[in-house]
Ligand binder design. Structure first.
Ligand code: THU
Length: 519
């Protein structure tokens, strides 16, 4: 039985959440798309704020609400790249160890020779070039000789321009399909693009018959798995190009954000079962690359307005995920993408507003989506669904997270605890050892004392995790002193979760401390 019937995964293209630790290697040290937007007077995003965008680690400048309504976190990119294709592949479960290749000096002879003999035509240009300039500069020679204009850009693309009267459209598309076959492996560019044009020398213009031939993802994606399970996989925007049409049951190309949001609303009005995967490209294409923070902020404000109408329409078994695929800081000194974390906001009637901190891969999205739909899919991502929908699993994760801060130079035994108060807050604690051994305090008491000293007096449950060198190999039940401290504030029904490697064991304080001392 699947937990959710419909998942909406909306990618705000290029909405980065700050530099990744390795951003410097990509020439992107200090990049921060969301921070740049926050400086624009045009940014007004009350709904994203209400959901909790400002609670994402490092995004406090967006404003933290007292009671966020969604689960949030930010995710690091494991793949070696920062383009849309690799970003979307990773969030769909496929991690790429090498980036899609770019050709700043043009394509090598090996490729061009194969291309010439396949097409029976010569090659002009073979350099990075502007699409309009390339037809102005080479169009006439192309018309005279029938040679094809091959050019590239800063992106991983092999573009072929040809006059519609010289190379009929179908022939150009066929040439692209043939090129796609030789552009594999280390020459596997993200897209081969047909760029037909018309007109006379001096007044050539491009036609709307551009067509993209994308490279297929190199492994099974969550889309393939969801489709194979017999569910719907609906794409809106450029998703179909990024996955070369694979794993989709229904596709809706769009002209931009407005149409994408409108289509998403329409699809939400239908009763489908599966994934609706949306890409809103304007953020990146119109504002990120063009270094226009105000334009970008306006576009995010428009999305937020749409979101305000979309959220109330979500049904009990709907899950909405809002994320990005890479950064494109509109205020840095380049028009290129930026290597950044991506934000994730998970909303729905059954979602607990937890903060998932910082996650290690975009692939956690694939693991979460497939689990939400009850589809079996193996990938390197770790699902967040349990933590987002089950308060005990969430508390378990918090306790494990708190082990990282343990100060235990004498025992090397790391303990973490997380206590949930009646007011819904969670306080974590770790063991803090001391050279004078008896001055050591346990993780559970650290958590309790933090909470009590913040004014908390009523507690719902605590999770405790521990193990030698931080490895959880068995249970870590609270010591007698900690049980006694708990009994000061909690009754016999207080729940104590003992974290195990696989899950947890649930006990009550009454069981663990049957005859506690009281005055
Ligand atoms: N410890 C806890 O943090 N909680 C317990 O309930 C039992 C013990 C810590 C204290 C010490 O730093 C380490 O575990 C080894 O005794």
């Amino acid at each position: 039985m699947s937990e959710f019937r419909r998942v909406f995964l909306i990618v705000l293209d290029s909405l980065g959440a700050g530099e990744l630790p390795d951003a410097g290697i990509f020439g992107d040290a200090g990049a921060h798309t969301l921070r740049s937007l926050s400086r624009s007077p045009k940014l007004f995003i009350p709904h994203l704020r209400r959901l909790g965008i400002g609670h994402i680690e490092g995004l406090g400048f967006l404003g933290a609400e007292e009671h966020p309504q969604a689960a949030v976190c930010k995710l690091a990119e494991r793949s070696n790249g920062k383009d849309s294709t690799i970003g979307h592949w990773e969030m769909a479960g496929v991690i790429s160890t090498s980036p899609l290749p770019t050709f700043p000096d043009g394509f090598p002879d090996e490729i061009l020779n194969a291309f010439r003999s396949m097409t029976g035509r010569g090659v002009l240009c073979n350099k990075p070039y502007s699409g309009t300039q390339v037809i102005a500069d080479y169009g006439e020679e192309h018309m005279r000789t029938g040679d094809l204009i091959v050019y590239t850009s800063a992106d991983s693309v092999f573009q072929i321009a040809a006059h519609e009267d010289v190379v009929p459209l179908e022939e150009l598309y066929n040439i692209c399909r043939q090129a796609r076959k030789i552009l594999t492996g280390k020459y596997g560019v993200g897209r081969v693009i047909a760029r037909p044009f018309v007109g006379k020398p001096g007044s050539f213009t491009r036609t709307p018959h551009r067509h993209d031939f994308s490279i297929e993802p190199p492994g099974e994606t969550m889309l393939d798995a969801i489709q194979a399970a017999g569910l719907d996989v609906i794409s809106v925007g450029k998703i179909q190009d990024l996955f070369a049409g694979r794993g989709l049951t229904e596709t809706h190309p769009t002209s931009g954000n407005d149409e994408g949001m409108k289509l998403t609303s329409q699809i939400a009005g239908r009763d489908f079962h599966g994934l609706c995967f949306v890409n809103l490209v304007d953020f990146d294409m119109l504002y990120g690359h063009r270094q226009d923070p105000d334009g970008y902020a306006n576009a995010l404000t428009a999305f937020d307005r749409w979101l305000g109408e979309f959220l109330p329409r979500l049904k009990e078994d709907d899950l909405l995920l809002i994320t990005a695929d890479h950064g494109c800081d509109p205020s840095d000194n380049s028009t290129d993408h930026t290597r950044e974390y991506i934000p994730l906001i998970a909303s729905g009637k059954r979602i607990i507003p937890v903060n998932g901190g910082v996650r290690q891969s975009f692939a956690d999205i694939a693991a979460t989506v497939t689990q939400a739909l009850g589809v079996a899919y193996g990938c390197e991502g770790r699902s967040m669904l349990g933590e987002m929908t089950d308060v005990r699993l969430h508390l378990r994760a918090k306790a494990i997270g708190a082990m990282a801060f343990s100060h235990c130079p004498y025992s090397d035994f790391r303990v973490g605890a997380a206590v949930l108060t009646e007011s819904g807050r969670i306080y974590t604690g770790c063991n803090i050892e001391n050279a004078s051994y008896s001055a050591t305090i346990c993780a559970e008491r650290t958590a309790f004392f933090k909470a009590v000293s913040e004014g908390e007096r009523k507690f719902r449950m605590i999770a405790v995790a521990g193990g030698k060198n931080g490895i959880i190999s068995g249970l870590c039940p609270p010591c007698g002193v900690c049980r006694q401290v708990m009994s000061e504030f909690c009754g016999p029904d207080f729940e104590i979760l003992l974290v195990s490697p696989e899950g947890y064991e649930s006990h009550t304080l009454g069981e663990l401390l049957p005859h506690g001392f009281s005055l």
